[in-house]
Design a binder for this molecule. Structure first.
Ligand code: SF4
Ligand code: SF4
Length: 329
């Protein structure tokens, strides 16, 4: 066991935590998947069977309060569709009052077609919005996302008004790269973002539990190569992402540390806690306290798994998030 030396910098502690698989630091990022329920119907949804949420306002407020005691973390609210979680607005308000200054909402955007709602949640403390859109081809949009393109146009119009009214709120569009969209379609979304000063990034379709869906949407290795050859225009977030060894976009062959096991908490709608959406949970806050889970043997093993680079950290695995956190430690 390594010793903490008085005067160790947070970075020293982070590296010791990484090496020892022991959390010398509290996490600086809390990602919560509030529910698996959704108000739209994407063709490639990971949650074909929606089973709501076991999280309660009290369980969420408890973990937010605990992690905010010393240094409030960044908070990312996702789903399913987080805005339809019954206590969504209460949680937002609670997080803001607990001192959390960075609150990101990852949403399908559907509820943002109501401007009153959009303005209200920003008033409650939201600081960033990621809104899903894969293509501006109306028929394809409707086939992929399962709601009317005319509604998406309302969402977009409202986002542009929000951008003007609340210039400090970061608004980005997010596309899923899959066999069903072409690089040119993604590029159209990106151009729209550039011309309207919105952020933009792309995630690759991640395999679901459903074979038929994977067959239809997952890019094969050869197809990925074709995408990559055509993605030289991707000079934004995806192009900048720093990833581990086998990442074909950047850092080829270079091994990058992932600090997620120390920096990040992923809380799922069934109460389970993990470090990364791609890894197995290490406990459940509905059964044990967060501190027990955070210091548990299961957590240590999961950290060792990450440290020893045994993860399936594929294509768009978001290891860059833990690197981002250097800035705020
Ligand atoms: S927005 Fe997300 S949760 Fe909702 S249907 Fe689409 S993929 Fe599923
Ligand atoms: S899958 Fe990637 S981002 Fe996730 S913990 Fe492993 S290395 Fe980190």
């Amino acid at each position: 066991m390594c010793k903490i030396i008085l005067g160790d910098s947070p970075m020293d502690l982070l590296n010791k935590a990484y090496g020892e698989c022991f959390p010398y630091l509290l996490p600086v990022r809390l990602d919560i998947s509030l529910t698996t329920d959704c108000d739209i119907n994407c063709a490639y949804c990971w949650h074909q069977k929606k089973n709501g949420s076991l999280l309660t306002y009290e369980s969420l407020a408890g973990i937010i309060d605990l992690l905010s005691l010393k240094r409030p973390p960044r908070l990312n609210l996702t789903g399913g569709e987080p805005t339809i979680f019954p206590d969504f607005e209460r949680i937002l308000e609670h997080a803001h009052k607990s001192g959390i200054k960075n609150i990101l909402l990852c949403t399908n955007g559907y509820r943002l077609r109501e401007m009153d709602f959009a303005e209200r949640i920003i008033g409650l403390g939201l600081t960033a919005l990621n809104i899903s859109v894969d293509t501006l081809d109306s028929a394809k949009f409707e086939m992929l996302r399962g709601y009317k393109f005319s509604d998406f146009e309302k969402v977009l119009k409202n986002c542009l008004s929000l951008k003007e009214k609340f210039p400090n709120v970061n608004i980005s569009l997010v596309s899923v790269m899959s066999r069903e969209v072409t690089p040119d379609e993604l590029y159209e979304v990106k151009k729209l973002c550039i011309s309207n000063k919105l952020g933009y990034f792309v995630q690759t379709f991640d395999n679901t539990k459903y074979r038929e869906i994977n067959k239809r949407f997952a890019l094969r290795r050869k197809e990925r190569r074709e995408y990559l050859e055509r993605l030289s225009w991707l000079d934004g977030r995806v192009g900048d992402v720093v990833k581990r060894a086998q990442n074909p976009l950047t850092q080829k062959g270079k091994s990058t540390r992932c600090y997620k096991g120390i920096t990040t908490v992923k809380l799922s709608s069934d109460g389970s806690i993990g470090f990364c959406w791609q890894s197995k949970p290490v406990g459940n806050i509905l059964k044990s306290s967060f501190i027990e889970i955070w210091n548990s043997e299961a957590a240590r093993r999961a950290r060792a798994y990450i440290r020893d680079k045994r993860c399936r950290c594929d294509f768009d695995c978001d290891v860059f998030e833990s690197l981002d956190l250097y800035d705020i430690i």
